[in-house]
Design a protein around this ligand. Sequence first.
Ligand code: PRT
Ligand code: ZN
Length: 300
Amino acid sequence: MDTPEQRIQIAVQKTGRLTDHSIDLLERCGLIVTKSKNQLICYGENMPIDLLLVRDDDIPGLVSEDVCDLGIVGLNIVEEKRLGLLAEGSEALFKQIYELDFGHCRLSLAASDGVNYSGPESLQNKRIATSYVAILREYLNKHEVDAETVYFSGAVEIAPKLGRADYICDLVSTGGTLAANGLQEVDVLLDSEAVVIQTQAPLGDAKQALVDKILQRLDGVLQVRESKYIMLHAPRSALAEIRNLLPGSEAPTVMPLDGNDDKVAVHAVCRENVFWETLENLQAAGASSLLVLPVEKMLA
Ligand code: PRT
Ligand code: ZN
């Protein structure tokens, strides 16, 4: 086995909303790891890459302190850490390098139903409960509003009911939790999703080459997620219209059909989902023998 210095350590959430997606994504990049969520480290069996399973809040720090080379974590946690360090006069030693298109949520301000919110000035002299003190502070400073932040480590949404705060600033995804607690979303501070962060410490050529390879594979995996391979027959005369109907496709391959000069076969990778309506429109334009296939892997 390679020495720890030659292996890449990726910090991943141990148990939570990002865990399965993060590990699944790395597996789809070709990584095979020893599976045991109860241990701290999952060792890569076929690549010199190990996963460190930790609490999401610890991931930016582990990457910043160069304990891990990469981390997969919500942008909300990354921004909170970065702004928290800035407020203390230091700097985060990680860079955000990739958006992963899962773990989508937003950090929002919410107030009890019926509260009249007319912009950040409505927060003047109010109390706001949050776990995201640094992001909230920056927002208040930006809008030159004076408000009291009340720190809650969890269950922020009950703060107004307890009389501890006038507003809350918390993550929202469907909005169900806010609604269940009689709260309404009034402003969005940050749109978040899972991202990859990398330490700013130099990795050395071999490690950097491996990181680049993983990122290229991630790119391929993310691109194929919505992509479909579409095959159809089309009258030559309808080719221009049919090309226009193919969603998000680059130049399709057009091939003659044996013994039929009027029709051609068209094959295209569509980088968006292909819906029934699209197929029906293609058919109405003269296409026939339509076939839509999932794309397994893609390398640009
Ligand atoms: O133990 P550990 O510290 O690792 O986990 P955790 O409990 O802090 O985090 P976890 O697993 O709950 O969330 C991990 C990450 O998922 C977050 O940092 C976000 O980047 C992302 N994410 C996406 C969310 C949500 N959606 C989300 N809805 N994180 C939390 N929520 C919570 C929110 O705090 C609120 O309580 O879900 C509730 C709201 O959801 P809706 O759907 O009712 O609006
Ligand atoms: Zn956490």
